[in-house]
Write a protein that binds this ligand. Sequence first.
Ligand SMILES: Cc1cc2nc3c(=O)[nH]c(=O)nc-3n(C[C@H](O)[C@H](O)[C@H](O)COP(=O)(O)O)c2cc1C
Length: 213
Amino acid sequence: MQTTIKMLAGVLLMASGLAMAQDLADVALPAPKMEGGKPLLQLLKERKSTREFAPQALSPQQLSDLLWAAHGVNRADGKRTAPSAKDWQEIEIYVLTPEGAWLHDVKANCLKAVAKGDFRKLTGKQDFVALVPLDLVYVADTTKMKKATPEEQTFYAATDTGFVGQNVYLFCASEGLATVVRMPNDKPALAAALKLPETSKITLAQTVGLPKK
Ligand SMILES: Cc1cc2nc3c(=O)[nH]c(=O)nc-3n(C[C@H](O)[C@H](O)[C@H](O)COP(=O)(O)O)c2cc1C
């Protein structure tokens, strides 16, 4: 009897250990700075794609500022730093690091845990994508694109992603960070890793990091 109880306790412990291993915590972000930066015309001179990155991760402040610049709220009525067709605000940003994948919750200014694990290599074919500290994945929530035909959804999702991606490019130029926007090579595998419903469509990925010295 005692042996059975011990075995049961062992199984329960293992099970709870497994559950913990699968857990990934939400991450609160510091308030974004929303000020400073280089003048716009200088940023336009400096904006570029870079495919060589240093191994160091961005600081929590840099990540918060980056995500705010990308598609944060910049007005009291809830509108964003990037325009979106019919103000659908359908573009969501997934944050992929070596530890896991999170969804940027714009209103709560935090990262919502999605899945523990390293999914970076699913964001593109180039070697650096699996080695960099941060890959962003842009996803269109088509349930927000009311009355749009599938063709319109594809067009507007791609267009709206472009504005977010350009915001990231300009922020990186301002902060001396390296970035390149990219087409994920295996969207079905990436969608499965990010646990996306059928109605959420991956548009692009973008790597952001410190430049290689
Ligand atoms: C929709 C789109 C997809 C892209 N896909 C990739 C990609 O998969 N890999 C890559 O290294 N660069 C990719 N790029 C970056 C372009 O190659 C880059 O913008 C172009 O060479 C011009 O360089 P620049 O951004 O420095 O001006 C992509 C750019 C766009 C707009």
